[in-house]
Design a protein around this ligand. Structure first.
Ligand SMILES: [Mn+2]
Length: 323
């Protein structure tokens, strides 16, 4: 029997499950978690769903989000743990040890870098989202896909494909979405909630960030800064910081966007965004890391000296370009 068959058998035969997804949860992490939980509950199974951290406000409308626990109390080692959308166990943060202690870990994921840490592993890098795999499994075991479960799956798949704009979107993705739409869910309502709508505190914070905008190197570099004090004065949460850095890079003609976030007198978080240059190299020079177009670092010094150091490296990088 291959792992897929064994996983389907386990999902059918066992009556209690723990389900967990990765920390700093995104839409796929939360949507897959909630859909798997609801689908298994529809078969009368007892489910406890966990997340390391908290569910971002924009996903809190999804059905079952109020039942998700965030303390690592997986009390019974005999209960099978389904780990969703996590390439390795470090992605589980505080929950890592509790999950490791469990006798049966089922790893369900789509990251190509997955470490196959489960007792059973279902890793499909061709899936656009873990939500696609969850949908397949729920169908296989005869779970009900209610309208509410379909909403969670829609959120999972639409966020990981950037609203079906990224290259991971396949014809299968659209077939799955077509079946989800048949339950009567509204893509317009869900997209507004997940992609567009932000609380007023976000806009107040964005106003502060934009008022700090500076332009360097013939408009190739755009810089903004915020501090923890300003954020608190705006009544904004750390969730509200998400995406603000993108406003730097999205200015026409800007190649490199930089966002300074002053966490304390001697601690500054720096975010980088770019169009073409590899900002993971820039972040690497400053002991940080990330992806080619989105990276960051954290420097333990006062804002003024951090800014000087970062701008020195950033300008050097831009000057080396032949644009
Ligand atoms: Mn994912």
């Amino acid at each position: 029997m291959n792992d897929l068959t064994k996983i389907v058998q386990t999902l059918k035969n066992e009556n209690k499950f723990y389900i967990i997804s990765h920390m700093l949860p995104d839409g796929d992490s939360i949507g897959s978690l909630l859909a798997m939980a609801e689908g298994l509950r529809s078969l009368g199974k007892e489910i406890t769903a966990f997340t390391p951290g908290h569910i971002p406000h924009k996903y809190s409308f999804l059905h079952g989000s109020d039942l998700v626990k965030n303390s690592p109390e997986l009390k019974d080692n005999d209960i099978t743990v389904l780990v969703l959308d996590s390439s390795d166990l470090d992605r589980l943060g505080d929950f890592k040890d509790a999950v490791k202690a469990s006798k049966n870990i089922i790893n369900i994921d789509h990251h190509i870098t997955n470490q196959h840490y489960g007792d059973l592993n279902l890793v499909n890098p061709d899936a656009a989202a873990t939500g696609e795999i969850v949908y397949y499994l729920l169908r296989e075991i005869g779970a009900q896909i209610t309208r509410q479960t379909a909403e969670s799956l829609y959120v999972a798949i639409s966020t990981d494909t950037g609203s079906f704009k990224y290259d991971n979107t396949t014809s299968l993705t659209h077939r799955v979405i077509a079946e989800l739409l048949e339950t009567g869910i509204s893509p317009a309502v869900l997209s507004l909630k997940v992609f567009d709508e932000r609380p007023i505190s976000f806009y107040i914070l964005l106003k502060e960030a934009l008022s700090s905008l500076e332009i360097y190197e013939d408009r190739l570099i755009a810089v903004m800064s915020l501090s923890k004090d300003i954020r608190e004065r705006c009544g904004a949460t750390t969730d509200d910081l998400e995406g603000i850095v993108n406003y730097t890079r999205n200015i026409e003609g800007v190649e490199l966007g930089i966002m300074f976030y002053v966490e304390g007198e001697h601690e500054v978080k720096v975010g980088f965004r770019s169009r073409q240059i590899d900002v993971s190299l820039l972040a690497g020079k400053l002991n940080g890391g990330g992806h080619a177009r989105a990276a960051g670092c954290r420097i333990y010094a006062d804002f003024e000296s951090v800014k000087k150091r970062v701008m020195f490296e950033a300008k050097n990088m831009i000057r080396e370009l032949e644009l």
